[in-house]
Design a protein. Structure first.
Ligand SMILES: [Zn+2]
Length: 461
């Protein structure tokens, strides 16, 4: 048995790299993630291939683009024809444990495939085990009254993750997946953390009064200005800092159990978030860098590879990297995988483009119009595909004008350089790519009423 037989895969939902001090010394501080970064390979140009949770996690789990796995708003079930990281490792004899705090990433949606245990952090009683009226009443009570007040239950997740480490670390090799929702809207960081970075001219009460309903702002129901966005940025940073504190406890616990050094620890986010940039909040309706750029840290066993990389990499590369690290190449049907192992520098160097896609707006047209019947929903209701080259980024719009940006001079993507000639050139490049024609044929399911309410509170649906 190889020594490096522990894989910890951590998704920091909605965390932007530029709010971590290891990526941007002006922000943070996030000392615990920085410490992990010192032991890791830190990828400074990492991208998600989708701007939101469900398709992005499906890409991470299957190592494929959205057009391939087709898991999206209309087909919420994880494509069950593709192998996943957990299903492969489980077949290889790994114990697999999943902890999800995002309701899109659930057993109901099939994301538990390959996991021996898949724990929902938003449920006090795990549905599979406790049925009947009393179980249902307790679940409702917890979700409505308690869960939201627990700052997304991050402390509870850490406790659960530590219990899982104790249970798993002495037996077989194991893989653990954890999703943290702390940095997701609505922002409600603990006061103690918020006070540490609160600008002197703003009171705690004032900052908590800022509008946190992204869709009321984006549909024009509630106007917001630069001052409001500055407040949101402070709240968001406090959430990230608090998450950092909790992660520090988890990594220290790993060290106490003497499994930190030998583990492969992968920390990334599923997408970023808009904080007023492009007149947007949350993480929908665009494929700008604010949503697609993600932090990616990989601590290899015994810190054998570390440093920083400026290569353009994607979340679909994680699956092949794990396969490569565990020497499973010969045993895995790698023709499924569209990513490249991050240890394979030659192939990474040969990769010309990265791609990302957005095919369905979420929340739906009906929900957006129910927020503001006068909202021009046509202005955002379109599919988008982006092709990211070394310095150029082209965004193909289904209805609106295409966009072309020269990122080194225009990192905020505010100067659209697209013209007829560039459109021709880039559309030709896009046509060479894996098929981007979405046709939904996958399995689907409906949310129950409580989950619907909770997703609505998070700004979804
Ligand atoms: Zn997410």
């Amino acid at each position: 048995m190889k020594q490096n037989n522990i894989i910890i895969l951590i998704v920091l939902d909605t965390v932007r790299p530029d709010y971590l001090s290891c990526y941007n010394s002006q922000r943070g501080p996030t000392p615990n993630i920085d410490k992990l970064a010192n032991d890791s390979m830190c990828y400074r140009n990492a991208y998600s291939c989708s701007p939101w949770t469900l398709p992005s996690h499906a890409s991470l789990f299957t190592g494929t683009y959205v057009s391939t796995h087709k898991t999206d708003s209309s087909s919420k079930f994880l494509n069950n024809t593709l192998p996943t990281i957990a299903s492969v490792l489980s077949e290889e004899g790994y114990q697999t444990s999943g902890i999800s705090n995002n309701m899109w990433i659930s057993r109901k949606a099939g994301f538990n495939r390959g996991f021996n245990n898949f724990w929902h952090a938003w449920e006090i009683l795990q549905q599979d085990r406790y049925r009947g009226y009393i179980g249902a009443a307790l679940r409702k009570l917890y979700l409505r009254m308690i869960y939201k007040k627990l700052t997304f239950g991050t402390e509870r997740i850490i406790r659960k993750a530590k219990t899982e480490l104790v249970r798993l670390h002495e037996s077989k090799p194991f893989m653990m997946f954890i999703n943290f929702m702390e940095a997701h809207l609505p922002y409600c960081p603990p006061d103690k953390i918020l006070r540490q970075i609160l600008p002197t001219q703003i009171s705690l009460r004032e900052i908590k009064d800022v509008n946190l309903d992204a869709f009321k702002y984006m549909t024009g129901r509630i106007p917001m200005g630069e001052e409001d966005f500055e407040k949101l940025k402070v709240l968001y940073q406090a959430e990230v800092n608090y998450l950092d504190l909790c992660l520090g406890r988890f990594f220290n616990f790993m060290k106490k159990l003497k499994i930190y050094d030998k583990s492969m620890i992968i920390v990334l986010s599923d997408h970023g978030g808009n904080l007023g940039e492009h007149k947007l909040l949350d993480h929908q309706f665009c494929l700008y860098e604010t949503l697609l750029k993600i932090p990616l840290l990989i601590k290899y066993p015994y810190q054998e590879i570390r440093g920083e990389s400026f290569m353009r990499v994607q979340n679909i590369d994680i699956f092949p990297t794990i396969v490569d690290e565990l020497n499973l190449n010969g045993r895995i049907c790698s023709e499924y995988l569209q990513g490249i192992s991050l240890k394979d520098k030659k192939s990474l160097g040969d990769r010309k483009y990265l791609y990302a896609e957005y095919h369905e707006i979420n929340p739906s047209r009906e929900t957006l119009l129910s927020i503001n019947p006068k909202f021009n929903v046509e202005s955002i209701e379109e599919s988008l595909i982006t092709i990211i080259a070394d310095k150029w980024k082209y965004i193909k719009h289904e209805k609106n004008r295409d966009e072309l940006f020269f990122i080194p001079n225009d990192p905020l993507e505010s100067n659209n350089l697209a013209d007829i000639d560039s459109e021709k050139l880039w559309k030709k490049e896009i046509s060479k790519m894996p098929k981007f024609d979405i046709c939904y044929s996958g399995k689907n399911y409906d949310f129950d009423s409580d989950t619907l309410k909770s997703l609505a509170a998070l700004g979804y649906i």
